[in-house]
Design a protein around this ligand. Structure first.
Ligand code: BG6
Length: 494
């Protein structure tokens, strides 16, 4: 299958950090279709040889097991090409069109790994020189990285320009969380087993908690992050996609639109914000200096590129509900932040206690299913079992105490740690034209519509309500207080 994968922003951060390592892994695994060209497009004055040597340097830095041997790189390098293009110059697009039109391909992929501010210009230029069509429009795909806009209006403006030149089925909007094996596993677990379905509802589930915690700070992206914040960077996309995956109805089949229709329904059912919920059900925080394992960490406001008086949130915790028959009244809590105590993403499904207790009330949390997304990929089912004392198991009967036990399933162990990474999966899907793991424009718009009142509320209140938390902790205590008001606690606190 011949393909051309054109990477706009070909010498940029995303290509460097994520795309090239992923493409090399696909090449190594033999899943990258043969007959492809990967064409880096950027302003730098490079040629093929210089581009190849740049990528060789990059691949020599990845973790040892993923580094190419000299022979492997020599093979991979044959796919790599470079074209100098100034994205503001129409003539340069025509030169690109000449290169691309000189060869027949089965798929042409135009990957916008540029600054989001360039999306509309690049897209208009691509259309102007006919690059939105190869043989039939379906052969050409455009890939858009997040963030797609910074609010509903800007998101719509970008989508309108893109849709003027490309049909929806040609547009691949990336949310890399959907490419993670653990997130695909979540769909497999819910819709490949009949076991969960009868339990997956308000009658049995007390609350659901989605945590995406990062140990890292803003690294070298201070300037970008300061304009973005945790709500736009993580909640509007990754966290809401996880909420959809956990809360959606079973789709009628596994086709892209059937899945996306169900996710859209969840987003549409999210309870609208009110002045009360904006005040009581959202917590935003910003990290101050702290430390982790003896390592001192600076405050967010002291990070390079960040405004020393910044009001940008590096932490968000919120409570929402999916207002439909299945979920009415069940709180869904979302929590995400930078410089937290651990890198840890999981979804905790807390079941209701037994309707009538015949055993002594035990300590610790049970009746909970934890879906681990990262760093571990697995499931833990917390249950109560018969307690033990020094004389052996207590006999069944009144006064007996229960002990918490866990059933633990480790997917990395079961399937091997060599599972296909998120970007590798998504790049292969784009090349082969599979849309299941990509986000449709109406999903994105609905997610923006839902977060906008929160953004406006924060804008109006300045830094009032912005809670400090020490780097290396689990965020501001207000987040624990918020969930405690409902009589619950965050999964790591219980
Ligand atoms: C990105 C955000 O989308 O996701 C980053 O822009 C964040 O700020 C990253 O660090 C987290 O991704 P992962 O795969 O490391 O959990």
């Amino acid at each position: 299958m011949a393909f051309d994968l054109v990477l706009f922003g070909g010498t940029g951060d995303l290509v460097w950090r994520k795309l090239m390592p992923a493409l090399f892994q696909a090449y190594r695994h033999g899943t990258l279709p043969p007959g492809g060209r990967i064409i880096g497009v950027a302003r730098d004055g490079l040629d093929d040889a210089a581009f190849r040597s740049l990528i060789e340097t990059r691949l020599a830095q990845v973790e040892l097991a993923k580094r190419p041997s000299a022979d492997e790189f020599a093979g991979f390098a044959q796919l790599l090409h470079y074209l100098r293009v100034d994205l503001s110059k129409p003539a340069d697009y025509l030169a690109l069109a000449d290169v691309l039109n000189a060869r027949e391909v089965d798929a042409r992929v135009l990957y916008l790994a540029t600054a989001p501010s360039l999306f509309t210009t690049v897209c208009q230029q691509l259309v102007a020189c006919g690059l939105n069509q190869a043989h039939t429009p379906n052969d050409t795909r455009i890939v858009l990285e997040k963030p797609l806009g910074h609010d509903l209006a800007s998101n719509r403006a970008i989508n309108e320009v893109v849709r003027a030149g490309f049909a929806e089925k040609q547009i691949f909007r990336i949310d890399h969380y959907l490419g993670k094996p653990s997130v695909q596993n979540l769909f497999a677990m819910r819709f490949g087993n009949a076991l969960f379905e009868p339990l997956w509802r308000r009658e049995t589930i007390a609350n659901i908690q989605i945590t995406i915690a990062e140990e890292l700070g803003v690294e070298k992206r201070g300037g970008f992050y300061d304009q973005t914040g945790a709500l736009r960077d993580m909640v509007q996309n990754h966290a809401l996609q996880l909420l959809c995956a956990i809360g959606m109805e079973p789709p009628i089949n596994a086709h892209a639109d059937a899945i996306r229709d169900e996710k859209l329904k969840v987003l549409r059912s999210l309870k609208p914000w009110t002045p009360h919920t904006l005040a009581q059900h959202v917590v935003r925080g910003q990290y101050i200096a702290g430390g982790f394992n003896g390592e001192a960490m600076p405050a967010y406001r002291d990070e390079p590129g960040v405004d020393p008086n910044s009001h940008t949130e590096t932490f968000v915790a919120l409570r929402t509900e999916i207002a439909n028959w299945r979920w009415a009244g069940v709180p869904f809590y979302i929590r995400t932040g930078k410089r937290l105590a651990a890198r840890e993403a999981h979804i905790a499904v807390n079941f209701r206690p037994t309707p009538h207790a015949i055993f002594k009330s035990p300590l610790g949390a049970a009746n909970r299913l934890v879906i681990h997304l990262q760093p571990k990929d697995g499931l833990t089912l917390h249950l109560f079992a018969q307690g033990q004392d020094k004389r052996g198991p207590a006999s069944f009967g009144a006064g007996q105490s229960l002990a918490p036990v866990q059933l633990d399933l480790d997917f990395d162990k079961r399937f091997g740690s060599e599972r296909v990474g998120a970007y590798e999966r998504l790049l292969l899907d784009v090349i082969e034209g599979r849309l299941n793991l990509f986000v449709r424009s109406d999903e994105q718009e609905e997610a923006w519509r839902w977060v906008e009142p929160v953004m406006r509320h924060w804008k109006d209140s300045g830094d009032e309500g912005l809670k400090p938390y020490a780097a290396g902790t689990w965020g501001p205590s207000a987040a624990s207080a918020m969930i405690a008001r409902d009589g619950h606690s965050w999964s790591e606190e219980s």
